[in-house]
Ligand binder design. Structure first.
Ligand code: SAM
Length: 229
Protein backbone atom coordinates (compact mmCIF):
# COMPACT_ATOMS: atom_id res chain seq x y z
CA UNK A 1 0.00 0.00 0.00
CA UNK A 2 0.78 3.67 -0.08
CA UNK A 3 3.09 5.09 2.60
CA UNK A 4 1.55 7.00 5.50
CA UNK A 5 3.26 10.13 4.13
CA UNK A 6 1.76 9.87 0.63
CA UNK A 7 -1.59 8.86 2.12
CA UNK A 8 -1.60 12.11 4.05
CA UNK A 9 -0.88 13.99 0.81
CA UNK A 10 -3.61 12.13 -1.14
CA UNK A 11 -6.17 13.00 1.55
CA UNK A 12 -6.06 16.63 0.43
CA UNK A 13 -6.91 15.99 -3.23
CA UNK A 14 -10.53 17.00 -3.75
CA UNK A 15 -12.67 14.48 -5.57
CA UNK A 16 -12.53 14.87 -9.35
CA UNK A 17 -9.47 17.11 -9.40
CA UNK A 18 -7.02 16.91 -12.27
CA UNK A 19 -3.64 16.64 -10.63
CA UNK A 20 0.02 16.98 -11.54
CA UNK A 21 2.56 15.16 -9.40
CA UNK A 22 5.95 16.76 -9.98
CA UNK A 23 8.94 14.56 -9.16
CA UNK A 24 6.67 11.54 -9.21
CA UNK A 25 9.37 8.83 -9.13
CA UNK A 26 7.38 5.56 -9.17
CA UNK A 27 4.08 7.41 -9.79
CA UNK A 28 2.66 5.79 -6.65
CA UNK A 29 0.63 8.86 -5.77
CA UNK A 30 -1.07 9.40 -9.16
CA UNK A 31 -1.69 5.65 -9.51
CA UNK A 32 -3.31 5.44 -6.09
CA UNK A 33 -5.42 8.57 -6.37
CA UNK A 34 -6.72 7.79 -9.88
CA UNK A 35 -7.38 4.12 -9.01
CA UNK A 36 -9.33 5.19 -5.91
CA UNK A 37 -11.40 7.60 -7.99
CA UNK A 38 -10.12 10.63 -6.07
CA UNK A 39 -8.30 12.33 -8.94
CA UNK A 40 -10.02 12.21 -12.33
CA UNK A 41 -6.73 12.28 -14.22
CA UNK A 42 -3.07 12.92 -13.58
CA UNK A 43 0.18 14.11 -15.07
CA UNK A 44 3.26 12.50 -13.53
CA UNK A 45 6.33 14.66 -14.13
CA UNK A 46 9.89 13.40 -13.70
CA UNK A 47 13.24 14.93 -14.53
CA UNK A 48 15.42 11.81 -14.25
CA UNK A 49 15.41 8.93 -16.76
CA UNK A 50 15.38 6.06 -14.21
CA UNK A 51 12.42 7.31 -12.15
CA UNK A 52 10.64 8.41 -15.37
CA UNK A 53 10.87 4.83 -16.66
CA UNK A 54 9.69 3.44 -13.28
CA UNK A 55 6.70 5.78 -13.41
CA UNK A 56 5.79 4.64 -16.94
CA UNK A 57 6.12 0.97 -15.98
CA UNK A 58 3.97 1.49 -12.89
CA UNK A 59 1.20 3.25 -14.85
CA UNK A 60 1.26 0.62 -17.64
CA UNK A 61 1.21 -2.18 -15.11
CA UNK A 62 -1.85 -0.64 -13.43
CA UNK A 63 -3.53 -0.26 -16.84
CA UNK A 64 -4.05 3.46 -16.25
CA UNK A 65 -2.22 4.85 -19.26
CA UNK A 66 -5.43 6.49 -20.52
CA UNK A 67 -5.79 8.52 -17.30
CA UNK A 68 -2.22 9.15 -16.20
CA UNK A 69 0.23 10.83 -18.54
CA UNK A 70 3.88 10.34 -17.58
CA UNK A 71 6.06 13.18 -18.88
CA UNK A 72 9.75 13.80 -18.68
CA UNK A 73 10.89 17.30 -17.80
CA UNK A 74 12.01 19.84 -15.24
CA UNK A 75 9.44 21.05 -12.70
CA UNK A 76 6.25 22.62 -14.03
CA UNK A 77 7.49 22.69 -17.65
CA UNK A 78 5.66 19.37 -18.18
CA UNK A 79 2.21 20.97 -17.78
CA UNK A 80 0.25 23.46 -19.89
CA UNK A 81 -1.48 26.48 -18.30
CA UNK A 82 -5.02 25.50 -17.26
CA UNK A 83 -4.36 21.78 -17.61
CA UNK A 84 -4.60 20.79 -13.92
CA UNK A 85 -6.44 21.98 -10.77
CA UNK A 86 -3.96 20.73 -8.23
CA UNK A 87 -0.18 20.48 -8.14
CA UNK A 88 1.59 18.09 -5.79
CA UNK A 89 5.31 18.26 -5.05
CA UNK A 90 6.43 15.75 -2.43
CA UNK A 91 9.58 14.22 -1.02
CA UNK A 92 12.01 17.05 -1.77
CA UNK A 93 13.57 19.83 0.26
CA UNK A 94 11.65 23.08 0.84
CA UNK A 95 14.17 25.22 -1.08
CA UNK A 96 13.85 23.00 -4.20
CA UNK A 97 10.03 22.94 -3.97
CA UNK A 98 9.85 26.74 -3.76
CA UNK A 99 12.31 27.07 -6.66
CA UNK A 100 10.15 24.80 -8.83
CA UNK A 101 7.07 26.92 -8.02
CA UNK A 102 8.91 30.19 -8.66
CA UNK A 103 10.29 29.04 -12.02
CA UNK A 104 6.92 27.64 -13.07
CA UNK A 105 4.77 30.62 -12.05
CA UNK A 106 3.31 30.98 -15.55
CA UNK A 107 1.67 27.55 -15.16
CA UNK A 108 -0.18 28.43 -11.96
CA UNK A 109 -3.23 30.40 -13.22
CA UNK A 110 -6.09 27.88 -13.11
CA UNK A 111 -4.49 25.88 -10.32
CA UNK A 112 -6.58 26.13 -7.14
CA UNK A 113 -4.59 23.94 -4.75
CA UNK A 114 -0.97 23.12 -4.05
CA UNK A 115 -0.12 20.14 -1.84
CA UNK A 116 3.53 20.39 -0.86
CA UNK A 117 5.45 17.91 1.23
CA UNK A 118 8.93 19.14 2.14
CA UNK A 119 11.33 16.79 3.90
CA UNK A 120 13.24 19.75 5.30
CA UNK A 121 13.06 23.55 5.20
CA UNK A 122 9.27 24.05 5.02
CA UNK A 123 9.85 27.69 5.97
CA UNK A 124 11.18 28.40 2.44
CA UNK A 125 7.82 27.37 1.03
CA UNK A 126 5.79 29.37 3.57
CA UNK A 127 7.87 32.43 2.67
CA UNK A 128 7.08 31.94 -1.03
CA UNK A 129 3.30 31.49 -0.55
CA UNK A 130 2.31 34.87 0.82
CA UNK A 131 3.68 37.25 -1.86
CA UNK A 132 2.42 34.87 -4.54
CA UNK A 133 -1.24 34.91 -3.50
CA UNK A 134 -1.46 31.58 -1.68
CA UNK A 135 -2.37 30.84 1.91
CA UNK A 136 -2.22 27.77 4.11
CA UNK A 137 -5.50 25.88 4.45
CA UNK A 138 -4.06 23.06 6.52
CA UNK A 139 -0.75 21.66 7.69
CA UNK A 140 0.17 18.19 8.92
CA UNK A 141 3.28 16.79 10.51
CA UNK A 142 3.87 13.05 10.71
CA UNK A 143 6.52 10.50 11.52
CA UNK A 144 7.26 7.43 9.42
CA UNK A 145 10.33 5.17 9.61
CA UNK A 146 11.95 7.54 12.11
CA UNK A 147 11.69 10.49 9.76
CA UNK A 148 9.47 13.50 10.27
CA UNK A 149 7.58 15.02 7.34
CA UNK A 150 5.41 18.09 6.90
CA UNK A 151 2.50 18.47 4.50
CA UNK A 152 1.38 21.97 3.48
CA UNK A 153 -2.02 22.45 1.88
CA UNK A 154 -2.27 25.76 0.06
CA UNK A 155 -5.25 27.44 -1.57
CA UNK A 156 -5.62 30.80 -3.26
CA UNK A 157 -6.15 33.84 -1.07
CA UNK A 158 -4.48 35.96 1.53
CA UNK A 159 -4.17 34.87 5.16
CA UNK A 160 -6.09 36.83 7.83
CA UNK A 161 -2.81 38.39 8.93
CA UNK A 162 0.64 38.13 7.37
CA UNK A 163 2.61 35.20 8.77
CA UNK A 164 5.27 36.35 11.24
CA UNK A 165 8.79 34.91 11.51
CA UNK A 166 7.78 32.31 14.08
CA UNK A 167 4.84 31.14 11.97
CA UNK A 168 7.02 30.97 8.85
CA UNK A 169 9.48 28.73 10.67
CA UNK A 170 7.09 26.48 12.59
CA UNK A 171 3.89 26.68 10.59
CA UNK A 172 0.88 28.68 11.83
CA UNK A 173 -1.49 25.70 11.76
CA UNK A 174 1.02 23.23 13.20
CA UNK A 175 1.65 25.70 16.03
CA UNK A 176 -2.06 25.86 16.76
CA UNK A 177 -2.35 22.05 16.86
CA UNK A 178 0.93 21.51 18.69
CA UNK A 179 0.82 17.72 18.44
CA UNK A 180 3.37 15.20 19.76
CA UNK A 181 5.34 14.96 16.48
CA UNK A 182 5.61 18.76 16.31
CA UNK A 183 6.97 18.85 19.86
CA UNK A 184 9.37 16.00 19.08
CA UNK A 185 10.71 17.68 15.93
CA UNK A 186 11.30 21.09 17.47
CA UNK A 187 12.75 19.72 20.71
CA UNK A 188 15.33 17.85 18.62
CA UNK A 189 16.05 20.94 16.46
CA UNK A 190 16.43 23.05 19.59
CA UNK A 191 18.92 20.62 21.05
CA UNK A 192 20.97 20.54 17.83
CA UNK A 193 20.99 24.35 17.55
CA UNK A 194 22.08 24.73 21.17
CA UNK A 195 25.02 22.42 20.49
CA UNK A 196 26.01 24.43 17.43
CA UNK A 197 25.72 27.65 19.41
CA UNK A 198 27.88 26.16 22.12
CA UNK A 199 30.56 25.34 19.54
CA UNK A 200 30.35 28.81 18.04
CA UNK A 201 30.75 30.37 21.45
CA UNK A 202 33.96 28.45 22.02
CA UNK A 203 35.30 29.36 18.57
CA UNK A 204 37.36 32.45 17.93
CA UNK A 205 35.21 35.54 17.44
CA UNK A 206 34.77 36.39 13.75
CA UNK A 207 32.21 38.63 12.05
CA UNK A 208 30.64 35.64 10.22
CA UNK A 209 30.25 33.54 13.36
CA UNK A 210 28.77 36.53 15.15
CA UNK A 211 26.02 36.82 12.53
CA UNK A 212 25.38 33.07 12.58
CA UNK A 213 25.19 33.16 16.38
CA UNK A 214 22.61 35.94 16.34
CA UNK A 215 20.45 34.05 13.81
CA UNK A 216 20.66 30.86 15.84
CA UNK A 217 19.86 32.66 19.07
CA UNK A 218 16.80 34.22 17.48
CA UNK A 219 15.55 30.84 16.26
CA UNK A 220 16.29 29.21 19.61
CA UNK A 221 14.30 31.88 21.38
CA UNK A 222 11.33 31.51 19.04
CA UNK A 223 11.20 27.73 19.38
CA UNK A 224 11.75 27.79 23.16
CA UNK A 225 8.96 30.28 23.58
CA UNK A 226 6.65 28.14 21.48
CA UNK A 227 7.45 24.87 23.26
CA UNK A 228 6.91 26.38 26.68
CA UNK A 229 3.63 28.04 25.76
N1 SAM B 1 7.29 12.46 -5.05
C1 SAM B 1 7.74 11.10 -4.72
C2 SAM B 1 7.48 10.83 -3.26
O1 SAM B 1 7.17 11.76 -2.52
O2 SAM B 1 7.61 9.67 -2.83
C3 SAM B 1 9.22 10.91 -5.04
C4 SAM B 1 10.18 11.69 -4.21
S1 SAM B 1 11.82 11.49 -4.77
C5 SAM B 1 12.72 11.60 -3.31
C6 SAM B 1 12.15 13.00 -5.62
C7 SAM B 1 11.97 12.87 -7.12
O3 SAM B 1 11.93 14.16 -7.70
C8 SAM B 1 13.13 12.14 -7.80
O4 SAM B 1 12.62 11.08 -8.57
C9 SAM B 1 13.78 13.21 -8.66
O5 SAM B 1 14.31 12.70 -9.87
C10 SAM B 1 12.63 14.17 -8.92
N2 SAM B 1 13.00 15.56 -9.19
C11 SAM B 1 13.95 16.31 -8.60
N3 SAM B 1 13.99 17.54 -9.12
C12 SAM B 1 13.02 17.60 -10.07
C13 SAM B 1 12.58 18.60 -10.97
N4 SAM B 1 13.13 19.80 -11.00
N5 SAM B 1 11.57 18.30 -11.80
C14 SAM B 1 10.99 17.08 -11.79
N6 SAM B 1 11.38 16.09 -10.97
C15 SAM B 1 12.39 16.33 -10.12
Amino acid sequence: GLSKRLHCVANYIKKGMKIADIGSDHAYLPTYSVKQGIASSAVAGEIAQGPFQSAKDQVDHAGLGHLIDVRKGDGLEVIQPGEVDCIIIAGMGGPLISRILERGKDKLPGVSRLILQPNIGAEHIRRWLQPNGWSLTDEQILEEDRKIYEVLVCDRGVPEHPYNEKELLLGPLLMAKKGPVFIKKWSAELKAWEEILDHLERAQARPETEKKKQELLQKIMMVKEELSR
